[in-house]
Design a protein around this ligand. Structure first.
Ligand code: NAP
Length: 311
């Protein structure tokens, strides 16, 4: 089968090449992949305080990366669980999405109704579920002020929509005015560049950017409020001034999306089907053009998700 395989000698370190077909375990379905989406983290990787996520550059040649894929079940799970052959599904896993065939556990997929585009569904797993689960961490947000940083990106645009749908007063923070142009239409009550004009007393923050901004948003929390540290796209360190972390209860919480996505994916697919969630596909192309898609993503020129069709 064809897959996007790691090759350290080509642009974006990915090329289409032949590789072995995956062999599904008894609780896995085999999926014919039709569309994939790109995520910041699987490309770039990260070192956490408790482990490491290897980006494409750190994987061996021939490795097939990819977390998000949608397609059609070719072979149902041997243990009888999960959808039958022919079902349209969206899937998540730690690797192997960027291939014509993917073996994936039943616990990491949701069925996609006929009316929903598989490309749109492929945008959901990592970015959508991260936004949903991070927002849940903030508890009951109706009527509360919630700040989303990196709001122009994949996670950010889902967070803005889901926060607004939950009744929060969402403040969307972007790097430049141009990056925030359509966020009010998605439900943002305020769109700000950096943290300009953000009043203190925030109930919660979903932070994708990190760096100096992380220390600043911690200082804007209400008593009892929390920052969910989702990502650090700025790549910069965070420095807290002495005593900035001393005082009444305010939290900075590490966040990891985790696994077992089936239930949350089904929620998001349902919202897509009902038209109350938009996948925010800022770039749609063919998977052979992966290098330019990756370059555009890291140049901060994609409003939302990059989705590639698998031919
Ligand atoms: N913890 C988890 O489980 C989890 C899950 C998913 C994602 N993440 C992390 O969350 C972050 C966001 O992911 P994503 O997929 O939404 O990324 P994305 O689509 O690339 O969006 C990232 C946003 O960060 C902003 N940004 C600020 N400084 C940047 C810089 N120096 N380079 C690039 N972007 C910069 C950009 O907004 P402006 O252009 O407006 O500045 C951009 O829209 C990443 O760090 C990712 O690794 C973590």
């Amino acid at each position: 089968m064809l897959a996007l395989v790691v090759d350290h000698d080509v642009p974006a370190e990915l090329r289409l090449g032949e590789t072995a077909e995956p062999v599904p375990a008894s609780d896995e379905v085999l999926v014919e992949v039709r569309a994939i989406s790109l995520n910041h983290g699987e490309q770039r990787g990260a070192i956490f305080n408790y482990g490491e996520l290897r980006g494409v550059a750190d994987q061996p040649a021939g490795y097939v990366p990819g977390w998000d894929a949608a397609g059609v079940v070719r072979t149902a799970a041997a243990d009888g669980s999960g959808p039958p052959a022919g079902s349209r599904v969206v899937t998540f896993g730690p690797s192997g999405a960027w291939a014509q065939l993917r073996a994936v556990p039943v616990a990491e997929l949701a069925v996609v109704p006929d009316g929903v585009d598989l490309g749109a569904a492929s945008a959901l797993p990592v970015a959508g579920v991260t936004a949903l689960r991070a927002l849940r961490r903030l508890g009951f947000v109706t009527g509360q002020r919630v700040l989303v940083t990196g709001a122009s990106g994949g996670v950010g645009r889902f967070a803005v929509q889901l926060g607004a749908a939950a009744g929060a007063h969402v403040i969307a923070s972007v790097g430049s005015a141009a990056r925030g142009e359509d966020l009010a239409e998605l439900g943002a009550a305020e769109v700000v560049v950096g943290l300009e004009g953000v009043e203190p007393g925030l109930h919660g923050v979903l932070d994708n950017v990190g760096g100096p901004q992380l220390a600043q948003v911690f200082g804007l929390l209400a008593v009892g409020g929390s920052v969910q540290s989702i990502g650090a796209t700025s790549g910069e360190p965070t420095v807290f001034e002495p005593y900035a972390t001393v005082g009444e209860l305010r939290s900075l919480q590490s966040f990891m999306m985790g696994g077992g996505l089936a239930g949350d994916l089904a929620v998001l697919v349902g919202m897509l089907a009902e038209g109350c969630l938009d996948p925010q596909i800022g770039l749609r192309g063919d998977w052979k053009d992966v290098a330019s898609a990756v370059e555009t993503l890291f140049a901060r020129r994609i409003p939302g998700k990059a989705v590639l069709d698998v031919s």
